[in-house]
Design a protein. Structure first.
Length: 188
């Protein structure tokens, strides 16, 4: 059996390096997305508890639980929005939120790397991450979710202004943590 040519060996090494960097970006995105998603959820739950404003669902005011239970109300209807603890609504809401956070985290970190490179600075990554988070708010929440619901349970589960802040917080956290993780990987 003949040994592979140096060119074939070089192509294989490039392929392994590329797949390793894709895996590193995906891993950094998933981890940063989970942490950023937890930050966002905690922020929105506290805002909901403090605000105590009426939601779009009659008789339900914002509470600690409304941002979480609003998530399953998008696909399953208004009856899933609760002002108090409801086990299945909370489980589905937190599960859906964290799944979205991981997916958006991977997409956001891939965007960060495409724009800022494999070793982004923390401040630049936070700024771009915040822009990404606000874009997610503008497109995903305002254009998609708000237009598919008959009763706007999701957007009124906390004060409407808080969603912009929450998505900015998500993006800034995503960017900062991704920059730290990616820089550590590059230094290793």
């Amino acid at each position: 059996m003949e040994a592979p040519s140096p060119r074939v060996t070089s192509l294989r090494a490039d392929s392994r390096r590329q797949s390793g960097s894709v895996a590193a970006v995906a891993r950094a995105g998933a981890i940063a997305g989970i942490v950023a998603g937890m930050m966002m959820a905690m922020y929105q739950m506290v805002v909901g508890a403090i605000a105590s404003e009426p939601t779009a669902a009659p008789g339900i005011d914002t509470s600690f639980w409304t941002p979480v239970t609003a998530i399953p109300s998008v696909p399953f209807g208004e009856q899933w929005l609760h002002g108090s603890f409801d086990f299945w609504a909370v489980v589905l809401g937190l599960g859906g939120h964290m799944m979205n956070a991981v997916v958006l985290g991977v997409i956001g970190v891939a965007l960060l790397v495409a724009v800022l490179g494999r070793r982004p600075g923390i401040a630049a990554a936070m700024a771009l991450g915040m822009a990404f988070g606000i874009a997610v708010e503008a497109v995903l929440v305002n254009l998609v979710i708000n237009n598919i619901q008959d009763v706007d349970t999701f957007y009124t589960s906390t004060p409407e202004w808080s969603w912009w802040v929450a998505h900015g917080l998500f993006g800034a956290t995503l960017g900062a943590l991704a920059a730290i993780l990616l820089r550590r990987r590059a230094d290793a």
